[in-house]
Design a protein around this ligand. Structure first.
Ligand code: ADP
Length: 172
């Protein structure tokens, strides 16, 4: 018998990521996911193993500032929370039925395909929703933003001016 989930009238989605730092690509996924959901939880993975440039607290703080300038005409609820447990467990604590992921051409596919399959086995009642990266942002990756900043390059095509300042501060 399939597991019966308690009915939750609100469609809640979790958008998980490292957001080290948040880029225009992430913000595009957030703004496109928002109209599809009643509430969006941005889950900031602690991801200590990845050796993030920004601490979890800094990444959350930066995201909170960026979200303030995001158009949200329907005034949808957005929360930004850190997590360091299994993604599907975090999603369950948030009563989410959807995981939102962005898909950039080619490079993301295999990893995302495996992750969605693993999460489906762990929690079949939670569906992963993929949004294809929008054309202007397809090549943006937090990893490259850090590489460009470290080598003194221009960041304005990838992140907001505020995020650019924060990244540069780290390398100064
Ligand atoms: P992770 O460590 O989980 O890869 P990221 O912060 O790098 O975390 O990315 C979080 C999610 O956002 C992933 O689904 C990733 O594919 C997506 N993403 C990142 N950059 C972009 C972009 N430029 N366009 C669309 N989606 C993106």
């Amino acid at each position: 018998m399939p597991l019966k989930m308690p009915h939750n009238p609100l469609l809640i989605g979790v958008y998980p990521g490292t957001f080290d730092p948040v880029t225009f690509g992430h913000m595009d996924i957030i703004s496109r996911a928002l109209p599809l959901l009643d509430k969006l939880v941005i889950g900031v993975a602690e991801n200590a193993g990845k050796g993030p440039l920004f601490s979890l607290e800094e990444r959350i703080e930066i995201l909170k500032t960026e979200i303030k300038s995001l158009p949200n005409p329907e005034e949808k609820e957005i929360s930004i929370l850190g997590f360091n447990n299994l993604l599907v467990q975090f999603a369950e604590t948030q009563k989410a039925r959807v995981l939102v992921r962005g898909l950039r051409p080619v490079s993301d596919f295999e990893y995302e395909f495996q992750m969605a399959g693993t999460n489906r086995k762990l929690a079949p009642h939670i569906e992963t929703l993929f949004l294809m990266a929008s054309e202007p942002y397809q090549l943006i990756a937090s990893r490259f933003v850090k590489d460009v900043a470290r080598l003194g390059g221009e960041l304005s095509s990838f992140v907001s001016p505020e995020v650019g300042i924060r990244v540069r501060e780290k390398y100064n």
